[in-house]
Design a protein around this ligand. Structure first.
Ligand SMILES: Nc1nc2c(ncn2[C@@H]2O[C@H](COP(=O)(O)OP(=O)(O)O)[C@@H](O)[C@H]2O)c(=O)[nH]1
Ligand SMILES: [Mg+2]
Length: 219
């Protein structure tokens, strides 16, 4: 299994060095999928000799689409992505990859709801329930607990290209994995306070719900 880690970034100068150091400790290959960062994020990545792939477009979905494209081009078969804001524990990436090695098609780092910011909790719960109900994820080991998680690993070969441009990308990746019959596993992860400014907006909550409903009725 050839796995690579990607940090999607837009103006993360205050957290990128910490994230690069924590991923380098794991001795895993790493690249950055950046979007128009103007705060020095790219210079820090280049100083650390971490390849940066840029693209024009605005939205985390674009960043993740680029990540899949680059990982495939570089010949990897597994991609692990983790938000570049020190909220997720990079040291848990090997545990996610081990579950992929054991046969899972996708592994999601599941946050403890208590650690998610209050105003994000209800939308996240609604999105997670919507996917479980609309995609009949009933029964042991099938119910998903955190579909918007910004930490996951998945097999590249089995997943179709994504269309989402914004923060509905995690909902698309999850619904795609369900529809493409991937065996989805979960690993509980701590979720820390964010370093730097969050880019997600209230409107993204509706965008994500629309994405879930669309994916339910689209092929
Ligand atoms: N490539 C790319 N990454 C983005 C974009 N917007 C946000 N990100 C990254 O996506 C991750 C999650 O964003 P964040 O603002 O923390 O959203 P939240 O965790 O849902 O509050 C961070 O690493 C951001 O830098 C974007 O437009 N393009
Ligand atoms: Mg975040």
């Amino acid at each position: 299994m050839k796995a690579v880690v990607c940090l999607p970034t837009r103006n993360e100068k205050s957290s990128i060095q910490i994230m690069i150091d924590s991923i380098k400790k794991l001795k895993l290959p790493l690249f950055i999928s950046d979007e128009n960062s103007t705060d020095g994020t790219i210079a820090i990545a280049e100083k650390n000799k971490v390849p940066v792939y840029q693209r024009d477009g605005k939205g985390k979905g674009y960043g993740m689409q680029k990540a899949v494209e680059v990982a495939k081009q570089l010949g990897y078969d597994v991609l692990a992505t983790i938000d570049c804001d020190c909220t997720y524990p990079a040291e848990k990436i090997p545990e996610l990859l081990a579950k992929i090695d054991d046969g899972a098609g996708m592994v999601i780092g599941v946050r403890n709801v208590k650690n998610i910011r209050k105003r994000h909790r209800l939308p996240n719960l609604v999105h997670t329930w919507a996917i479980n109900i609309l995609f009949f994820r009933f029964g042991s080991g099938k119910w998903l607990h955190d579909i918007n998680s910004g930490m996951r690993a998945f097999r590249l070969g089995k997943i179709r290209p994504f269309k989402s441009k914004g923060f509905d990308i995690e909902a698309e990746i999850t619904t795609r994995a369900i529809k493409d019959g991937l065996n989805i596993k979960e690993v509980p992860v701590e979720y820390e306070k964010r370093v730097g400014e969050s880019k997600i907006r209230i409107k993204d909550g509706f965008l994500i719900l629309m994405r879930i409903v669309k994916e339910r009725f689209l092929p």
